[in-house]
Design a protein around this ligand. Structure first.
Ligand code: SF4
Length: 222
């Protein structure tokens, strides 16, 4: 069947509609998930954005469940500034064109030191099936894991210096895609502000800006 034939175009439209329906159902089910009793919020979702690019965070902080969107506070401000500066896509466009997932979708609460608790291995296992389902539905071309915990769901990351600024080919949930990791943009670590992190971050953002899946999104904005 020729790529631009009416039949091919019809098949493509049907595939897009069914992908959106599957994603709508998936997000509705995700929002009802209560598998992890130690979590202190219900799941936070960025919405059913049918995209071939996924951003994977660690877990929501205390503000995200209130504001009902991922990366809603200070770390998000930095992340969206990076995208605007290097990819020429503003926050509204990123949120409307890229699917947001996370290692865990609920706020884990604070630890005794007052910082956000890192999700426990059982919670990460519980939540992994949501991400697998998303990869099966969206069949992404590019996944951007943000921060070490998210990065290690796809590749080894003994040191950020070894992985930031590079592109990896990864298989998960029966699908192969590119992975370009980013450091976590929270102010908790200065890694991305000082050498060699600053230069490696710039290299990673340039790789993302040049990726064909992202170029298409930036072009549709201009
Ligand atoms: S962290 Fe994930 S698996 Fe656990 S309750 Fe929240 S959505 Fe469900």
């Amino acid at each position: 069947m020729a790529k631009n034939s009416p039949k091919a175009q019809y098949s493509s439209i049907v595939a897009r509609i069914s992908r959106q329906q599957l994603l709508d159902q998936h997000v509705a089910q995700l929002q009802r998930c209560r598998r992890c009793p130690r979590m202190e919020s219900t799941p936070v979702s960025g919405g059913a954005i049918a995209s071939d690019v996924m951003i994977i965070g660690q877990a929501p902080g205390p503000r995200e469940p209130v504001l009902q969107r991922p990366f809603a506070h200070t770390a998000g401000k930095t992340l969206f500034r990076w995208f605007e500066e290097f990819c020429r896509i503003n926050e509204a466009a990123v949120r409307s064109k890229i699917y947001f997932a996370a290692v865990c979708r609920c706020f884990p609460g604070k630890n005794s030191g007052g910082t956000d608790r890192v999700p426990a291995p059982d919670e990460i296992r519980n939540c992994a099936s949501w991400m697998d389902n998303e990869i099966e539905i969206l069949r992404p071309r590019l996944i951007i894991p943000v921060g070490r915990l998210a990065i290690t769901q796809f590749i080894d990351c003994a040191k950020l210096e070894k992985v930031i600024g590079r592109k990896f080919r990864v298989e998960r949930a029966g699908h192969r895609f590119d992975v370009i990791p980013l450091p976590h943009p929270s102010g908790a670590s200065p890694w991305h502000k000082i050498a060699p992190g600053k230069a490696l971050l710039g290299r990673a953002l340039k790789l993302i800006a040049r990726h064909s899946a992202v170029v298409a999104k930036a072009a549709s904005e201009s």
